[in-house]
Every structure is written in C-alpha cells, then in structure tokens.
Design a protein around this ligand. Sequence first.
Ligand code: FMN
Length: 405
Amino acid sequence: MWKGKNVTVFVTGGIAAFKVATLVRLFVKAGANVEVAMTKSACEFITPLTFQVLTKNKVHTDTFDEDEASKVQHIHLADKTDVAVVVPATANTIAKMANGIADNFVTSTLLAITAPIFVASAMNEHMWENPATIRNVAQLKADGKVIIEPATGFLAEGYNGKGRLPEPEEIFEQVTFFESRRAYGSPLKGKSVLIAAGGTKERIDPVRYISNDSSGKMGYALAKAASVLGAEVQLVSTAKQLKVPFGVNVTYVESAREMEEVVTAQFPTTDVAVMVAAVSDYYVANRSDQKIKKQHNKSGLKLELAENPDILKGLGHSKKEGQVVIGFAAETEKVLEYAAAKLEKKKADAIIANDVSSSNIGFNADNHQVTILTKEGKQIPLPECSKDALALEIWKTLVAENVIR
Ligand SMILES: Cc1cc2nc3c(=O)[nH]c(=O)nc-3n(C[C@H](O)[C@H](O)[C@H](O)COP(=O)(O)O)c2cc1C
C-alpha cells in the first residue's frame, strides 16, 4: 500500500509532537518516502534533525529557504505529495487551514496540496470545544479533509479530557484504512457483513475450558478487508486478544451457544454472513459452577459432552431473504472433498476450504492459502499470502464470481 508513495507529514506546535517520530517511522517502515515540514512552534518541541535522520530527507521549516533555483520548495512538495498528514494539528494551524491562510511553510504547502489531507488534532479540551475550533473543524470537513479526532484520556495539563493525540499506530491505521478504501474502491458499499471469528470456549468449570487452536486472525482480516471495501461490519468474536480493526463493531462471546444466539439475532439484518469461527462440536453438559477439585479416585473425572448447535447449517437452512451464507472448512485431509460435502450439507453459497495440517499456514499462522468452492461447482484456488492480503482477495473473488451481488 505505501511502497513508493510520497507521504508528507506536517508537524505543528503541540506537546504531542514527540509522537510524530513514531508515526514517521511507521510510514518509512511501510515503504513510503516521507518528507516532513514543521512550523516554528513545532521546532520548540522536537528538532528537525530527528525527522531528517528518520526520513533521510531534508526537513522544511522556512518558506524562503529556497536553495534550489529550479524549484519553489513549497509548491514542489505540494505537487509531489500523495498523502498529507497534519499531526499534531494545533488549533492555530487548523484555524489557518480553515481560512486559507498561508503564512508559513506548512500552511502555504497545505494550501497548494490537491492530494488527500488528514488532520490529526491534539489540544486542550477547552480549546477543542471552543466554538471557533468547532467551526474551523467543520469547515475542514466540508472542504474534504479527513479529521482524525482527538482521543479522550490523560492530557498534558494533568487531567482527563478529550484532546489527546491518538497513538501513532492508531493514526497510521486510520490513514491506511482511508487510503486503501480509495485505492480499492468500495465493492461492498451498502452491504452489511456479519463475521463470526475465533475458537469457541466450552467451560468445564469457572477456570477451565475446552477450546481449539483457532486464533481468530483470519476472521479479523476478513472484517478489516470488508470494512476497507466499504461494508458495515459486525464481528462476533471469541478472540478478545486481537485488535479490533478500524471501523468494525464487535460483540464478544465465549461459547458456541452464545455465538449462535448473537449470530442468529443479527442475521435478519445481514447481507453476507461468514462463519470463520472454529465452533466446538460439543459443550460440557456437566459443567461445574465451582472449580473442580482434583479427584483422588481411580475412575478419574468424567466429562459429559453434548452436541452444540451447528451455526452454519442453521443459517444455510434458514428462511433467507437474500442473505449470502459463507462457511470455512478447516481440514487436515481430503480438504476439497470434505469442503464440497460441507457446501452441500450446510446449504451455503460458498465454502472457503483451508488445509490446517501445516504449521506454516492456517490456525495461528500469519499466512494462509485457501480454495473457494461455490455452489455452482467452481473451485477457485487463491495463492498463499498474508491473511490480510488473502482477505482482500477472498472478498474480490466472491464479488467477481457473483456470490455477492
Ligand atoms: C507547552 C505548550 C504546549 C502546547 N500544546 C498545544 C497543543 O497540544 N495544541 C495546540 O493547539 N496548541 C498547543 N500549544 C500552543 C501552540 O504552540 C501555539 O498556539 C502556537 O502558536 C501554534 O503554532 P503553529 O500552529 O504554527 O505550530 C502549546 C504551547 C505550549 C507552550
């Protein structure tokens, strides 16, 4: 996504300027060519040298520092910018941007940029809530700038409030999200996508459970990709340890029966349901409400297992109103054969078959390889790649094959 892109970062005079060093590193690491421009006030908080070392580019601070006769620096930088990020954006610079003021290198360049501009603001809560700032931010939104809202938390002033600069990783994720959406278009726009992800846990007692090796990563990658491609995404997840992708709503569940309840309730308002969760086939019928003590007898401990609901089958066989139902088949042998049988048995619209016998791909791994089986009898193998890249390929293929219309 970022390889070869020119990202220009505009740093203005806020206390959070130190966080921009990390943000710049994230863009550089992702392959972007990063240039930094700073206001005079920003240089009070962090030195241009820091950014020069991180970006290997000269840092711009002065409009009249015209050391190359063939170029007007601020126009040259504006023209080559693919994406601009103003961070931290002070109330002062926001006010100038909203009014077209160009009185320093940062504001002059920003006025000349035609590429997307992201504004990540940070300021004291009362400055943020001041009617003048509210007016200026509204004006920037109306002008097509993307505002990355300040977070609520501990402010430099020593109290909690809205005004903190979001963490660099969060800003990077949001900018990447909007840029990916621009790059890929929005083939899932207007679609409501429901994704069940993660391995379910079946409690034995309050501190022990039976589960499986599913990490939930593939489900989260699908949720992230669907959101990038324009869908409204509801994730029903057991994987509390994973970061929820930007723009995705999540409901946490633990057991198969809890998952079924939430998925079934959301299904009527869903356009596409994807069951990528590894749902336990059985639950513990004699679950104990108290921690089970070690049994000092020869017969050991007996767990009684009862069958869980088959969520995918339930959705496939339900009275549908245009919903598309997609399942995953994780197999260790006869992968395509079992997946084809599952497609028919569950009355799904497509099954995504994956071989989980290798430790390089599948459960818990970062890479994956799948074959999509459609109910029209097509088998479409997708190349092995990262789960994020694969998720985008899966959605694009489902749209291209008319599984999702
Ligand atoms: C210690 C300190 C911290 C500041 N933090 C912020 C801030 O977080 N947000 C903000 O809008 N202004 C902040 N200011 C005020 C700006 O630096 C001031 O408005 C300045 O004129 C901004 O100039 P610039 O927009 O050209 O960078 C701070 C000032 C000081 C002295």
